[in-house]
Design a binder for this molecule. Sequence first.
Ligand code: ADP
Length: 450
Amino acid sequence: MFKKILVANRGEIALRVIRAAREMGIGSVAVHSTADSDAMHVRMADESVCIGPPSSTQSYLSIPSIIAACEITGAEAIHPGYGFLSENAGFVQIIQDHGLTFIGPTADHIRVMGDKITAKDTMKELGVPCVPGSDGGVDTLEDALKIGEEFGYPVIIKATAGGGGKGMKVATSAKDMEKAYRTARAEGKSNFGNDEVYIEKYLTTPRHIEIQVFGDGKGRAVHLGERDCSLQRRHQKVFEEAPGPSITPEERDRIGKICADAVARINYIGAGTIEFLYENGEFYFIEMNTRLQVEHPVTEAIFGVDLVREQIRVAEGLPMSFTQEDLQINGHAIEVRINAEKLPDFRPCPGKITQYHAPGGLGVRMDSALYDGYSIPPYYDSLIGKLIVHGRDRPEALARLNRALGELIVDGVDTTVPLFHALLQEEAIHKGDYNIHWLEHWLETNLGSG
Ligand code: ADP
């Protein structure tokens, strides 16, 4: 059993990992930048090490500083959370070279899934259904135009190294292709240092459905159903739920089994998410995330499992504590992402929290690193909390979300809470009748923003 682990992250996800470690009797080490000396993760961990100035490239992304923090504190393993170094294969390699353990998948799996073209090829090989499109990279505009003709517009041009909604451009006709193709390449180059792109058929009314998988690294793997994350702004999720309102138990079993078998065959270890677009009863693979996702708590709620505890267990070489048969869905869960952002344009809104009160009661979980008097620094992303509700069914979860949002107090900065109050007035939300474009249209119509 590990005695001590280091958490290479900040904010709510650092607390999430520290809490799991503490319940397992494992000590925790927080790392932080000088801007985060007063942050909750530093206060909550057993020990903390300052690893650099505010800029994340010099602190949370500084591999030498994080390794040094392990050496100073005697931490034996590193949990990366999400974002920052969580999908950095080089980091995993360096951790291993120092005789430490990375709580997550192998460097090879991260590398394969981090390149979207290789990921798609691998998944196709493993029997996972993919979005129709180019066979690998598209190196010239002429080839791009040919593919546009072949598959029919609209198509989407995607940077193989892309992420976070960057490096993706839609071409609705041959006329648009040149601009879309060049922009996707340029964004890939400037954001990820790689201008290789591929092309997919652009699905016009899909839902975003992702399957949570978990492997023990020894050829055993399970799936934990789906999450519907279709409510997105600029390809970023804002509201997630499980189970998906449009997915039948038969569809879940079918796609879940395909995913579990695929990751079992590659001896995948730890938590992973296989993302699909879902349209007219068909699933189309888009990418795999080789880490814990922001929205993992909705899955934890309906299956009654602790995914971080499970990650730590398999990283130690212990078996998973559940089998596929143990995993039965109980009720419905919804997560909303609370960002320090000002509507209607979602401008980041850092600043001092003058009052904070978290909602509570049956079926309510608030994952947040806020406290009264905390100052949100301007250097990092604007997620300040996740409100997760669980009910016996979807209507109960929605009623609970409404009730919990009413209890939440975050004074001093603007947040995205009013967005969720407004969404809860919408019939489409109550019916579960939305796709990946629904929220953008709603924002345009109701807030004049997109
Ligand atoms: P990222 O790595 O930047 O998150 P993804 O490939 O996961 O990129 O896609 C993010 C979002 O972009 C999807 O959830 C979906 O909304 C949209 N998208 C991606 N591929 C397609 C496609 N072929 N057709 C329509 N929308 C797409």
